[in-house]
Design a protein around this ligand. Sequence first.
Ligand code: PLP
Length: 376
Amino acid sequence: MPDVHFNKKEGSKLKLFTPGPVYVPERILKELAKPNDTHRSKPYSEMHQLAVEGLKKLLYTENDCLLFSSSATGIMEACMRNLIKKDEKALVLSIGAFGDRWHSVGLTNEKDVVKEEVEWGKAITPEFASEALSKEKYSVVCLQSNETSTGVYNPLDKIIPIIKDSGALVCVDATSSMAGIKVEVDKLDIDVCLASVQKCFALPPGLAVCSISEAAIQKAAEVKNRGIYLDFLTLIKKNKVHQTPNTPPIPQIRGLVVQLDYILNKEGLESRFQRHKQLGMRTRMWVRDANLEMFPEKGYESDTVSTIKNTFNIDYSEMVSQMLMKGYRIVNGYGDLMGKTFRIGHMGEITLKDLEEMLEVLTDIISELRLKKLEN
Ligand SMILES: Cc1ncc(COP(=O)(O)O)c(C=O)c1O
């Protein structure tokens, strides 16, 4: 049995099949332990510049890219604070718990934000987006690419053109898909595309990144009360000299640079996206073979996280605990979906072989729980 507790001496031994934070490879852990110069030094600036250049390649963009000393929610809050004027309305197209979070972030910052939502498990359709946008004039529209609670991937290529036609800026929360699923920022004309690095980047939590368009920067200049810590304009100004306004998590940025180099030059972008596609397909194959059902509607399933229904009505908390005893962490459903679904994260550095091994263990545990249920 693995040590499932905080392991002071050696660190956690668990194999994480979670939708973040995820398994961090040894080569990155070693980078994080290396000493660095200060954040106002030339060596730091060189490192910062490499991170930004790598992000631009990853996101297929000429837009500037920013580094935030926060998790993804920090950038969601930055979008709300920087892009919406007092007399303007914003729209959130929600397909789950993290869409709802966009909405709460807006409301708690006293922004006039409207939420239009679809039933959980479904994606935003072009028709739904058109209908929502026809009701009011919105200056900003926020949505997820990958909704981590439901395991749904939105058809961005079909929705974003409709949003852009309305004249609104578009902010995409790509937290659980960036560096795992291809998003072409310039082709899609995304104004802010954001993520934290503890998911498909396979880095430890504590850093978030985004691309930002010229239009979004210009808009921020017109918005009052942007605050200090998350002000796009101060971040942009410092980014021009390859720095951040405040002290950033320097070891994390070293880790990001090394991982971007690995992604771009060793694994290769297309191979990385293909691996995630295969992980998604393989998980869905297992779901079918195990007579389980996917929660998302067919055709919109995510390739980085699978949300699976409780078809046999077994105790998913017990299943998660038993998996822990075998050394694997998978997770229960998120929020209202707890007990009704469970989730397998297959993102970051997970290989098909890793996934196969985990699924074998999970198959046995599900069979045991079904049997137990029949006996009772
Ligand atoms: C789609 C999505 N958006 C936002 C968040 C919030 O991310 P963070 O915890 O990095 O702020 C998450 C976290 O799971 C997420 O999956």
